[in-house]
Design a protein. Structure first.
Length: 244
């Protein structure tokens, strides 16, 4: 589903590696634990409710979700993670943002810097590229005969969405981060099945990468970030040719 989203080229998602369900669950478990620090009840913790919904979209079992909540809230013993964001450039002047959840910031910083350097990029100071991105909630709904486009659009806009667009095989709903939880919840309450729903980073401008060597290095960099367990999400502003 996400492969057909216009944001799929921007927010680099796991391909071959993240097809491994255990790896997805590990990342989601960390997100749930972090969110549960502010309360174990999703009814009063919007961030937790959002991450649980994301976990269920990825078919994460309820007992795994509940265990992660208990670890995050302190009810069960667990690793303490902190959120750290790294920024830098890939070849061709491509801006890259790496979001991590780690229990060892020295290990994570060293490995992230190594991945940048190894692939012809360089890690910069916090804020060096993030000003080029907007943080938005993005909700994708797969097109089907059961969904009326106009009804869905009115429902989304009435719920507080900023924008609605119809793509080739999906509807895309954009929200302000502050209203994302409310929009997602109203769609959920209305029985709308969402293919994905998350707060993400969208570049204000993109870089069309055409040099073959740069394409290889950027793809290798993104694959290495994917393989590093401390990395949760990677955002960039490159337009890369689709892999065969």
């Amino acid at each position: 589903m996400s492969g057909h989203s216009k944001w799929a080229n921007i927010k680099h998602k796991k391909g071959r590696q993240d097809a491994l369900r255990g790896k997805i669950f590990t990342k989601l478990g960390k997100e749930i634990a972090i969110a549960a620090k502010n309360g174990a009840d999703p009814a009063t913790n919007n961030k937790l409710a959002d991450v649980i919904a994301k976990a269920k979209q990825n078919n994460m079992p309820n007992d795994t979700i509940n265990r992660a909540i208990k670890k995050g809230s302190g009810e069960m013993e667990g690793v303490i993670y902190e959120e750290i964001t790294y920024e830098g450039y890939a070849p061709g002047g491509v801006a890259v943002i790496v979001k991590s959840l780690t229990d060892n910031r020295n290990r994570t910083a060293g490995e992230v810097r190594y991945i940048f350097d190894k692939n012809g990029g360089n890690m910069g100071a916090l804020g060096c590229v993030s000003f080029m991105f907007d943080t938005k909630g993005v909700i994708l709904v797969e097109k089907s005969d059961k969904i009326d486009e106009e009804e869905l659009m009115m429902l989304a806009l009435d719920a507080g969405a900023e924008d609605f667009s119809a793509e080739e095989d999906s509807y895309e709903i954009l929200t302000d981060p502050a209203s994302f939880s409310e929009v997602r919840k109203k769609l959920e309450d209305a029985g709308v099945e969402m293919a994905s729903a998350e707060v993400t980073m969208i570049p204000q401008t993109t870089v069309d990468v055409t040099a073959e060597e740069d394409i290889k290095k950027i793809n290798k960099m993104l694959d290495m970030f994917d393989d590093f367990d401390d990395v949760q999400d990677v955002y960039h502003n490159a337009i890369l040719p689709e892999e065969e």
